[in-house]
Structure formats: C-alpha cells, structure tokens
Design a protein around this ligand. Structure first.
Ligand code: AMP
Length: 542
C-alpha cells in the first residue's frame, strides 16, 4: 500500500521561495568586496536569483551545466547559487586559496561552462580562464563602476548583466535527485575528488542542520557564517538560514579579528560558525582591546579540532557556548555536533570541558560506526579507536567521474579516513587522520590529542605532531611548535606542562621550534609537507 501524500520534490528553489514569501524583509547583510556594509533581504535575493536563472537560460546554459563560483560569502554569491540551481544548473564552488593550476584542473574536470567571480579574484581568473576549454562566460560580482580592466573576452559585470533582465522566469522543474552543487575535496594526496550534492541532499541536510541540537537556527537568530561557501556549503548555512528565516551576516573578504568583531557587534549576531584559526584571531583581538561579546550566544567550531583552551576562554571570558562539530565535504558537511544530551545538562568545570573536547554525536540522518582494519565493528567505550565510517541521505555514495571507489563499500558505508572513538553516550572523538596516526610499538598515538594539549600552553601559538621513524618503536611523536611573538618557552617547560596529562608513552620524544607550520587551502595543518620537512630528522635519544 502506498501513502497518499503529495509528491513534493525536495528542491532548493523551494528554500528561497519560502524565504521570499515568509521572510521577505529579513535582512541579509554583508561586508561588500568593494568596501561598505551592504543590506538586502530574502525578498530581493529571490527576485535577483530569478534574474540570474533567466539570464543563464537566455544565454543557452542548460540544466546540468556546471557553473563555477570563485567568491567570498556575500549576498551576490548567494543569489548566484539560487539562480544557478533554479535554472537546473550545478553551482561549483572553487577554493581561491588553491594554486591557479589546481583551480584550472578542477574546472576542467568538472567542465565548468560559466564562472561567477569576485573582483578580488580577477588575477586568478585571468590565469585560469584561458586554460578551461569549456568556459564560455565570466560574470564579475560587481557593478560597472568597480569593474576591473581585463583582457579576457566574454566578461561582464554582474549588475550590468542583471540590469537587462526582469526576473519573469519560472524555476526549472528539477527532480530532487538532480545535481544541485559540487565541491572538490582538498585531498592531501592524489588529485582532488568531486563531491556532487543533490537538491534532495541539500534540503534534507538543511533541515537537519537547523535543528535545536544541531546548529540551532530559527527566525529570531542572527547568523554569521565565517566558514566560506566554497568550503562545504558554509556548513549548510546558505541553505538552512533562508529555510528558517534567520538574519544572515556575511563577512565578504575580511576575516581578521577586528572585522569579525565589528559585524558581531553592529549586527547583534547571536550565532556564528568558523574554523579554529578564525576564532584564534578574534580572541586575540578581544584580549588586546578588552572588548566583550554581549549578543553572541553560541559559536560552532569545526574543520579542525577545537582546542580545550578555546572552549574555556569563550565560556569563562565571554559567556559564549562552544559547539564542537565535525564533518566533511563528502557529508554536506555536518557529521556530528557536541550539544548536550539531557544526561549531560548539569555538567560543569573540567567534566564539561572533557565532553566539549569531543566532536559530538551524529544528528538524525547520519549513521556512524568504527571498525578495525579488517572491517570488524568496534565497541562504543570511549577508548577503543578505529576507522570512522558513515552513511546517510546527505553523505556521498561516489565521487564525480568514479574516483576513490575504495572509500565506499557495498552496504553504503563511506570510509571517512578519520580515526575516532565513540563513547557509550554516542559522543565521537576524532583522534587522527588515518594517515597521520603514530604507530609506536604496535599501538596508536593520537596526534590531535597531543596538539590540543600543547596549544593550551600560554606561550604556544600553534602546535603540530608528526610521527618520525624510530629504530626501536617504528615511530615516535615529534612536537613542532610555533611560539607566540615575544615568548621563549623551552623544550623542557613544554614537556613538563604536558607531563601527567597524557599516558607516559604518548609523550613527544622531542620538541622543535619553527617560524611557521604549513597549512592546506582549507586551513588544516599540512602534515605531508611537515613530514617531508623533517624526513632527515633523528631523535637525539634514538
Ligand atoms: P573537509 O572536507 O575539507 O571539510 O575536511 C574534512 C576533514 O577535516 C575531516 O575528515 C577531519 O579530518 C577534519 N575535521 C573536520 N572537523 C574536525 C574537528 N572538529 N576535529 C578534528 N578534525 C576535523
């Protein structure tokens, strides 16, 4: 027997239609790339997205065409996304922090037909566009007055282009299984791999993300996604905020402490999301200026492990609740969030910080398990760690073009490449990337645990741990430290600080000081480069 409910495809145009009808005046504010703060609203964004769709269709772009975006978080970028999806196209976000050759490789692989780009990125576009054979048009997200000079053909300013359109357009009738968006993973080895979102996965993921115990969005919230739209859908916020009518505040090109503080303060932001590096800059700015955060209630921190000291500072100095989250481009991206279950509601002090150091539990729509190398499932005891595998309606089932098939199994489990343990309450903690875990005498040592600990020392700006060959133990941990400006902690001081806080056999065998630790385009520590840098290093005791 079939249910007798309506077929109402879960397509993304419904999100912006809903926002435009129920919350037309709800503001979307951004720091424009040209400089000033700009204000618009969901009603306007919907109309302009219709124009984008109309313009693309009129110029012969077809449903299924991949349309690149090389842009900061802004209202124009948001309009472009909904316009692209609304004509049946596939927004393809490009990470400007990659090298132009890598961007060209990715665009060629996806066969991008057009590109929306910010003025900041025109030097990249000049290099990349001639290398991408499929590219027919570049639309620069600015007005005629700010249009940069270019030698490229088929380039137009966004506002001039929109000016010739009336928005009298009916959204393309996409099926919910059709592709809506695309994002390549920043794999540290091999070629980048394309993740292809569907309308259905985007809508379901946004519904999941908005829940109280996930991001906790709602129409009275004011949300600042610092996390870029080019990094895994801005953690769903580009979809989930309009879906519930949250006011959106977008940082544009500036993510320094002062710029973020200004938006948090003047727009009365209640909720924000970003990687730890951004929060480090903000906390430093607040410490220097003595400013407070009276409106901010909650920050979601993920992308890399959130250090315990960060959670503590936000709580003790600014009365802001940290939600530690974990996810991946392949998961749309949210995979777990550290909200408190009822049995944890009364936790305080160190016990609360212990829990917040974990990456949290899976929301509805994400199934998780941990396995050993023979795919045997491991227990949820909060200690035993193994390969983390996931499945769900917003988790990838393949990469574009059939790459990376070994990461997917017949039962639909996706091997995340992360190593984790899960406790009896369902809270998961990432201990490493499978490639980074240190194998010492047949046992595993978590580099993330050691890094989190070291970075809690007041003189440490950043810490990384890598495994270095050892004649007796195979590998032993080497701690690499960037000191805070003007501070000179010694190796002995740092080791003494860590002593007793981790198992004795986990303690680093040595500490080295560097000016800088290399990072990937998404801000993660680039362990491959670091291991390469220290490949000739030998422990003094070995
Ligand atoms: P990306 O697809 O670029 O978002 O990278 C996903 C990877 O980032 C995951 O597989 C993890 O290795 C790492 N990651 C994301 N969030 C966290 C977190 N909260 N703690 C530790 N690692 C994280």
């Amino acid at each position: 027997m079939h249910g007798l409910m309506q077929d109402w495809p879960l397509v993304c145009s419904r999100i912006i239609d809903y926002a435009g009808r129920q919350f037309p005046a709800r503001e979307v504010v951004d720091r424009s790339i040209e400089g000033p703060i700009r204000r618009t609203n969901y009603g306007q964004i919907r109309i302009r997205a219709l124009k984008v769709a109309q313009g693309l269709a009129r110029e012969g772009f077809k449903p299924g065409d991949r349309i690149g975006t090389l842009a900061w978080n802004s209202s124009r970028h948001l309009e472009a996304w909904y316009g692209i999806m609304g004509m049946g196209g596939v927004y393809h976000t490009l990470n400007p922090r990659l090298f132009p050759d890598q961007i060209a490789w990715i665009m060629n692989h996806a066969e991008d037909a057009a590109l929306f780009a910010d003025i900041t990125f025109m030097p990249i576009v000049e290099k990349v566009a001639p290398l991408v054979k499929s590219l027919r048009k570049v639309i620069v997200l600015t007005d005629a007055a700010h249009m940069p000079e270019t030698k490229l053909d088929n380039v137009v300013s966004y506002e001039e282009w929109l000016g010739g359109l009336d928005g009298d357009y009916t959204w393309y009738d996409s099926a919910e299984a059709d592709a809506s968006g695309m994002c390549y993973t920043s794999g540290t080895t091999g070629d980048p791999k394309g993740v292809v979102y569907s309308h259905r996965s985007n809508v379901l993921h946004a519904l999941i993300a908005a829940q109280v115990d996930a991001l906790g969005l709602g129409s009275r919230e004011v949300v600042l996604p610092v996390v870029p739209m080019f990094h895994a859908n801005a953690w769903s916020i580009a979809h989930s905020a309009p879906m519930v009518g949250s006011k959106l505040v977008m940082p544009g090109a500036r993510m320094d402490g002062e710029a973020i503080y200004e938006l948090l303060d003047t727009e009365k932001v209640t909720l924000s999301a970003a990687v730890p590096t951004v929060w480090l800059m903000l906390l430093q700015y607040l410490e220097e200026t003595g400013k407070k955060l009276p409106h901010l209630r909650k920050v979601v921190i993920g992308g890399s492990a959130c250090p315990r000291s960060m959670t503590q500072k936000f709580r003790d100095n600014y009365d802001v609740d940290v939600i530690h989250a974990w996810g991946m481009t392949e998961m749309s991206p949210l995979g777990s969030l550290g909200s408190l279950k009822p049995q944890m509601a009364d936790l305080t002090g160190d016990a609360l910080l212990d829990l917040k150091e974990k990456q949290g539990y899976a929301p509805f729509g994400v199934e998780m398990k941990i396995t050993d190398d023979d795919n045997r499932e491991l227990t949820w005891d909060g200690k035993t760690f193994g390969r983390l595998k996931v499945r769900g309606p917003a988790v990838a089932k393949a990469y574009y073009g059939g790459a990376g098939t070994d990461q997917f199994d017949d039962e639909g489990w996706f091997d995340t490449g992360d190593v984790a343990h899960i406790d009896a309450d369902g809270y998961m903690q990432i201990t490493d990337r499978a490639k980074d875990v240190i194998k010492s005498g047949g046992e595993w040592i978590s580099t993330i645990d050691l890094e989190n600990l070291a970075v809690g020392h007041p003189d440490v700006a950043e810490a990384a741990v890598i495994g270095v060959v050892h004649p007796k133990w195979d590998e032993r941990p080497l701690l690499v430290i960037v000191r805070k400006p003007g501070r000179e902690p010694s190796k002995e001081e740092l080791l003494a600080y860590m002593e007793g806080k981790v198992a004795k056999w986990w303690m680093p065998d040595d500490v080295v000081f560097v000016e800088e630790i290399p990072h990937t385009a998404t801000g993660k520590i680039q362990k491959i480069t670091l291991r390469e840098q220290f490949k000739d290093y030998r422990f003094p005791t070995a």
